[in-house]
Design a protein around this ligand. Structure first.
Ligand code: HEC
Ligand code: HEC
Length: 322
């Protein structure tokens, strides 16, 4: 936070400097200094002012409190619930909260290093009972999953990842599993967004909708291999994060580039093609799917979930882009 404030002050100093130089140029007697000088320096002052405003807004959004009320949750902790939670964790949480894509959730690699952009430190923490988990109540974890708001009311990096689409039942199953894990020691540095992150935030690139609305109860759909359940699976698997809101390709950064229009690809595939692509990483044309597409995690969905996802995607009207 301190670094970001210093950056903001530095930017303000640069604006003052350019504004002062603009005034100097304006007062110049020589036309060849006056006019080009005023235009160039004036534009620079304006440009820096714009960046400063955007960054200031981003910092406000990063550090302000988000008053999302906790909701009461109660967790039965039955064997089936824990098993469901373990399954979901092995599909949804390991991608970030582990270094090798496997349970246990001992903490992961710096997320910003993976995007290749200097976004600051963004380490998914150790969420086994030896790590952060013991500082959190069930209601705290539920709120983190739904809205990304930490016990102190501030945003966590979890707000940017739309796990909020998990039904109440599935979210509670995840919490039931988290509590049952074997404790594994290990810590990760805290979330420390960089000035660039603050600028992205100010530009509205980070979706914080989850943190600005009260927590809504979400009832579970009956698990079945149909398009309706598939819509739910696609939601909690965040396909739109990379494939765009209509799945017609490329979401804006920080999503990795190159996510194709799957509304035209999957309808051409058979169910077997789809299963093979997600479970082996090889598509019907023999193309090895890159690791920027999380096929390994998607392939861990069970047969019912994967078939439902296929039915959902197969039934989409192809979005044709000009
Ligand atoms: C896309 C990456 C990503 C995924 C997927 C993800 N997390 Fe996180 N998670 C993070 C990051 C980064 C933080 C650190 C946030 C912070 O400190 O601001 C975090 C923090 C947390 C915290 C602690 C929040 C706090 O600071 O008190 C909990 C609990 C948590 N995650 C649970 C989960 C669970 C459960 C799942 C799976 C259902 C999950 N996360 C999936 C990236 C992820
Ligand atoms: C983190 C970003 C990301 C997410 C999330 C993501 N994808 Fe992808 N996806 C990609 C990228 C990048 C490619 C291009 C990979 C390639 O061509 O090798 C891709 C390619 C694909 C392809 C085409 C593969 C081919 O060989 O033609 C399908 C189908 C697909 N994704 C389905 C999905 C589904 C379904 C989901 C959600 C369950 C999903 N993706 C989530 C990034 C993502």
């Amino acid at each position: 936070m301190l670094t970001n404030i210093l950056w903001l002050l530095g930017l303000i100093a640069v604006i003052v400097l350019f504004a002062w130089l603009t005034r100097r140029a304006w007062k110049s007697q020589r036309a060849w200094i006056k006019f080009p000088g005023v235009i160039l320096l004036g534009l620079l002052s304006l440009g820096f002012a714009l960046v400063t405003i955007v960054m200031g807004k981003g910092m406000y959004d990063l550090y302000r409190p988000y008053p999302v009320a906790l909701v009461n949750v109660s967790i039965a902790g039955t064997t089936e619930q824990i098993a469901r939670g373990e399954h979901l964790a092995s599909v949804l949480c390991v991608g970030c909260h582990s270094q090798n894509g496997e349970l246990p959730l001992v903490g992961g690699n710096d997320f910003s290093a993976e995007t290749g952009l200097p976004l600051g430190e963004m380490y998914p923490p150790n969420i086994t009972p030896a790590g952060k988990l013991n500082e959190l109540t069930d209601a705290d974890i539920f709120r983190i999953l739904r809205s990304g708001v930490a016990p102190n009311g501030q945003l966590t990096a979890m707000s940017f990842f739309p796990l909020r689409s998990l039904s109440d039942e599935d979210a509670l199953a995840v919490i039931a599993y988290l509590r049952q894990q074997k404790p594994v020691e290990g810590t990760r540095p805290p979330f420390n967004p960089s000035p660039l992150f603050a600028v992205f935030m100010g530009m509205g690139f980070m979706n914080i909708d989850a943190a600005t609305a009260p927590i809504q109860s979400q009832s579970a759909l009956a698990k079945a291999p149909n398009a309706e359940y598939g819509t739910y699976v696609a939601k909690f698997m965040s396909c739109t994060d990379c494939h765009g809101p209509t799945l017609s390709g490329d979401a804006p950064p920080p999503a990795p580039p190159g996510a194709p229009n799957i509304t035209v690809i999957v309808p051409k595939w058979s169910k077997d093609d789809f299963f093979k692509a997600m479970r082996t990483g090889v598509d019907p044309e023999g193309h090895q799917i890159q690791s920027s597409m999380p096929w390994k995690l998607i392939g861990r969905l069970d047969d019912v979930e994967l078939e439902a996802l296929y039915e959902h995607l197969h039934g989409l009207t192809p979005v044709v882009k000009k």
